[in-house]
Design a binder for this molecule. Structure first.
Ligand code: PGA
Length: 252
């Protein structure tokens, strides 16, 4: 279960959130939990999760390690402050900040080589879905992720995918559990063809888009859905804890 705070929370709010979250999820030991915080409070989150199984993650980074890239943050910088994961290619970054499939692929390759767990987001817009082009878009994005990776060396633990239909993000318009299962199931079949059956069986694929405590159980109960990437409903520690514990109940 992954919390994506997006551009929210000051340092004191992050501290307060983590202080409340950690005791509430301490029994959920079957669920991997990550909190994707803004850069300004990421160091604080990383320090607070140090002796816990929870992972601190960034919401973006740049694939070069250092140099004249004003405003950017590199993989070594993230490792330096204790981040273990990073979201790549979120639809907000693709739509608002011009992130291309090629950038997503370069970032994924660098994150994998830096042993920073990438959570790579893919998903179609409402227009693409309505035009019957959902799978064309999603499959194109999935294929592109591997452009700078060695398919013979990559294993299922190296990365995580998140299927996030753009029309479901922040809209309250959640995909039906059957829709989430259908697309994520197709992604797994495609990954089997592209990389291999072992990889496809191991790699974790999350669903994201308007997940909340009331719908997380039925979404995670789907055969191919391994977890959730949660935006709005992850901003409250109690609400995110409820979803982590809900996920634990599904696993059990
Ligand atoms: P949402 O966002 O849960 O607010 O829909 C999900 C995401 O963008 O990762």
């Amino acid at each position: 279960m992954a919390a994506n705070w997006k551009m929210n929370k000051l340092v004191w709010e992050a501290e307060d959130y983590m202080t409340r979250l950690l005791p509430q999820i301490s029994d959920a030991d079957e669920v991997d939990v990550a909190v994707f915080a803004p850069f300004t409070c990421l160091g604080t989150v990383a320090r607070m999760v140090q002796d816990t199984p929870v992972m601190a993650g960034a919401q973006n980074f740049y694939y070069q390690d250092s140099g004249a890239y004003t405003g950017e943050i590199s993989a070594p910088m993230l490792e330096d402050i204790g981040a273990g994961a990073v979201i790549i290619g979120h639809s907000e970054r693709r739509a608002l900040f011009g992130e291309t499939d090629e950038m997503v692929a370069r970032k994924t390759a660098r994150a994998v080589s830096a042993k920073l767990l990438p959570v790579v987001c893919v998903g179609e817009t409402k227009e693409e879905r309505d035009a019957g082009r959902m799978w064309e878009k999603v499959s194109e994005q999935v294929r592109a992720v591997f452009d700078f990776l060695d398919a013979n060396r990559i294993v299922g633990d190296d990365l995580v995918f998140a299927y996030e239909p753009v029309w479901a993000i922040g809209t309250g318009d959640v995909a039906s559990p059957a829709d989430a299962q259908e697309t994520i199931g197709r992604m797994r079949v495609l990954l089997g063809e592209l990389i291999g059956e072992d990889f496809a069986g191991e790699v974790r694929i999350l669903y994201g888009g308007s997940i909340k405590p009331g719908n997380v159980g039925e979404i995670l109960a789907q055969k191919d859905v391994d977890g959730g990437l949660v935006g709005g409903a992850s901003l409250g520690a109690e609400s995110f804890a409820e979803m982590v514990n809900g996920a634990e109940a599904v696993v059990e």
